[in-house]
Design a protein around this ligand. Structure first.
Ligand code: PEP
Ligand code: MN
Length: 368
């Protein structure tokens, strides 16, 4: 499936000449001094293309700092006038859209909580009708690709052609080192259905702690994401929101400088030749893997018939345990991660059981 988005290429609206493309700024605009001073330091790094600041903050619990509100738009205006950096903020209602546009905010984004709610997204989309402004759509808080796609479609159908997505990770019940699980495969799936859609990475909200940011940012580069939105504050230790994940402008510079940028394509013919040879090898091996799995399934079917005729249950736990144990050991000796091997075997085993189930529960053919 490919999405039918009517968008213009990123290079036509974000020709910043900087690589990678970076949106940076504080989680929240707190005071005029904090915002303007942070903006000056960010502009001086030479790494930042757009200044971000949350004006209206969607907080999980009431009573927390819910954003400075409309007055902050004036501060964004001043920061832009003094530094020349275009500005970006989150909008969650039609009123936010109107106020942000009236104040000359250059780029808008839809936050993760809003993306999860089609009513909210539609309200924002309706307010954007007839406006030519770049909009980024963050992934929804829950790992649901359709919701993310749906929000992008709603904004696009409102006529927004300068459209991008932000990968900020997903809430998960299981607590891990990340504040929001990256679930990279969802971002890759979005890239697959909408290859022309720019996707930038938000390592700040994925990580939740600044120490992890360099690793996630590198992974995003390796997966060919087009840029970043990173929270940066003049003094993160006293930030009113997301203090643990914000970085100083100097730390932001280090993070960007330490990335190894790799190109999706290369212009070097020798490199391309080598790549082509290696890819042929991969293709051949993939074909062999599929063929072997198909051969394995044929035997599984035979066993299924045998079990049916002898009234034996499909699953024999001891046999399954033996497979897992022996194969994992073998795989480990070949330098494959145990976790990966078990997942692979489980996938194959699940399909084997499904096939045997079909065989054992098939209605007998009508007797002639
Ligand atoms: C933010 O960017 O400050 C923010 C609230 O992010 P998210 O919508 O990803 O939680
Ligand atoms: Mn934040």
């Amino acid at each position: 499936m490919k999405l039918n988005l009517d968008i213009v290429p990123l290079s036509s609206w974000l020709a910043t000449g900087k690589e990678p493309f970076v949106i940076a700024g504080p989680c929240s605009a707190e005071t005029e001094e904090q915002l303007v001073a942070t903006a000056h330091l960010l502009a001086a790094t030479g790494k930042v293309s757009i200044l971000r600041a949350g004006i209206w903050k969607p907080r999980t619990r009431p009573g927390e700092f819910e954003g400075i509100g409309s007055i902050g738009l004036e501060w964004l205006k001043r920061a832009k006038e003094e530094t020349g950096l275009p500005t970006a903020t989150e909008v969650a209602t039609a009123k936010h859209v109107e106020e942000a546009l009236a104040a000359g905010v250059d780029v808008l984004w839809v936050g993760a909580r809003s993306t999860a709610n089609p009513f909210t997204v539609q309200e924002i989309a309706d307010a954007l009708k007839g406006v030519d402004v770049p909009v980024f759509v963050k992934n929804p808080v829950n790992p649901d690709l359709s919701l993310w796609i749906g929000a992008l479609e709603r904004i696009n159908r409102a006529g927004i052609k300068k459209l991008g997505a932000i990968h900020r990770g997903f809430s998960s019940y299981e607590k891990t080192a990340f504040r929001n699980e990256p679930m990279w495969d969802l971002a890759i799936q979005l890239k697959t259905v909408a290859p022309e859609l720019p996707i930038i990475n938000d390592p700040s909200h994925i990580c939740g702690t600044r120490e992890l940011i360099p690793y996630v940012a590198q992974k995003a580069v390796d997966l060919d994401m087009q840029g970043f939105i990173i929270e940066s504050h003049i003094d993160p230790s006293v930030a009113w929101t997301d203090a643990k994940q914000q970085v100083t402008p100097a730390a932001l510079t280090d993070i960007i400088n330490n990335l190894s940028l790799r190109k999706a394509e290369s212009n070097d013919p020798v490199f391309e030749d080598k790549l082509a040879v290696l890819r042929k090898e991969i293709d051949a091996l993939d074909d062999q893997i599929i063929k072997k799995v198909a051969d394995r399934m044929k035997i599984v079917e035979k066993i299924g018939e045998y079990k049916r005729d002898n009234k034996v249950t499909i699953l024999q736990v001891s046999r399954w345990e033996e497979i897992i144990e022996k194969r994992s050991k073998f795989a480990k000796a070949l330098n494959l991660e145990e976790d990966f091997t078990v997942k692979l075997l489980e996938l194959i085993h699940g399909e084997s059981i499904r096939k045997q189930n079909q065989i054992m529960n098939a209605k007998p053919a009508m007797e002639a």
